[in-house]
Design a protein around this ligand. Structure first.
Ligand SMILES: Nc1ncnc2c1ncn2[C@@H]1O[C@H](COP(=O)(O)OP(=O)(O)OP(=O)(O)O)[C@@H](O)[C@H]1O
Length: 309
């Protein structure tokens, strides 16, 4: 189990992470989400031991994570951290990069393992290509294979699919997360991509200005976000203020209704493939809802909130 207790950290005189505490069970996947610059990468680096904590402690089971002041080689041996810059050796092959941390003592076992991982990241055909000749997305896939090579107990991923095109992303994501579950590798993933979060992560931690503002099971946080900020990290959301009430409602939770007094005026329709996202106005507030069909600008439509959210 990972136990982060009361940690604080800053790069400058401004505090960045403020007394953060949470824990994560073995084998669980946690998504770190929050606006750019809120400290997600820094939190991953602290968990890995790349910076010294100012306050608090981080434990993986009974081992305390040590920063560079106390650890000659930064980074804890049973963890792997995939940074946004991939950290590949450019002049050696893909296979050598992936096998960098594997022992040469058992060459057949090493080759088998490298091939297995190249298969997971769908890079088998590039085994003998020098890393410098790869595209950004291919480099990212090799970097993923490399951090998996030694089967870490805790894997820390910083935007791991950001350079991978949509064509490949979905199947790759399914393969990687399935592999991690099978191996019971605990995983923390900093991401801006809600598809990483909703389908694959068991838990979500929402960060804002260096603090945890929501943490819990993914479905719970999605359905009952504590703020507009948390909800909007999952996509478009409406903050509907009505008399004394304030509600956070996703566009798919609204439906058209003939007799509703909640009447909006349509401003724009955005084609989304299987539906349109309609931008409308109600009491000077922007309201997004979904429609099967395009709706003309200035049309007045009654809406209601679906009972079964
Ligand atoms: N080595 C550093 N020295 C000084 N400031 C830094 C350093 N690394 C990051 N920062 C600053 O700390 C803040 C948090 O950065 P961090 O990369 O942790 O945020 P993030 O939430 O991961 O952002 P993003 O989503 O854009 O990747 C930012 O304001 C950043 O400029």
């Amino acid at each position: 189990m990972l136990k982060v207790s009361n940690i604080s950290f800053s790069y400058t005189s401004d505090p960045l992470l403020k007394k953060m505490s949470f824990s994560l069970a073995k084998g669980s996947f946690l998504a770190l989400i929050g606006e750019s610059g809120c400290g997600k990468s820094t939190l991953l680096k602290l968990i890995y031991g790349l910076h010294d904590l100012e306050l608090g402690s981080i434990f993986w089971n009974d081992d305390s994570v040590l920063g560079p002041k106390f650890n000659l080689v930064p980074g804890m041996p049973y963890m792997k951290y995939l940074a946004q810059d991939f950290d590949l050796m450019p002049y050696v092959t893909v296979a050598e990069n992936v096998g960098k941390f594997l022992s040469n003592f058992y060459p057949e076992e090493k080759e088998r393992r490298v091939n297995e991982l190249l298969e997971v990241v769908e890079m088998t055909g590039f085994a003998n290509t020098k890393a410098q000749l790869l595209s950004g997305g291919q480099m990212q896939r090799v970097a993923l294979a490399k951090v998996l090579a030694l089967e870490p107990e805790l894997l820390l991923l910083d935007e791991p699919f950001s350079h991978i095109d949509n064509f490949l992303k979905n199947s790759l994501r399914r393969k990687i997360f399935k592999y991690l579950k099978k191996k019971e590798i605990t995983c923390i993933i900093a991401t801006h991509d809600t598809n990483d979060v909703l389908s694959f992560c068991d838990e979500v931690l929402v960060m804002k200005e260096g603090e945890i503002i929501d943490i819990g099971q993914t479905e719970e946080i999605y359905r009952y976000p504590s703020s507009f900020y948390s909800a909007s990290l999952f996509g478009e959301v409406n903050e509907i203020k009505w008399e004394e009430n304030e509600l956070f409602v996703y566009p798919h939770q609204l439906e058209m209704s003939l007799n509703s007094t909640f009447e909006v005026e349509v401003k724009e329709s955005y084609f989304k493939g299987d539906k349109y996202l309609i931008e409308s106005v109600f009491n000077n507030q922007i309201v997004f809802f979904e429609s099967k069909y395009n709706i003309e600008r200035n049309t007045k439509i009654g809406l209601k909130i679906k009972i079964d959210l």
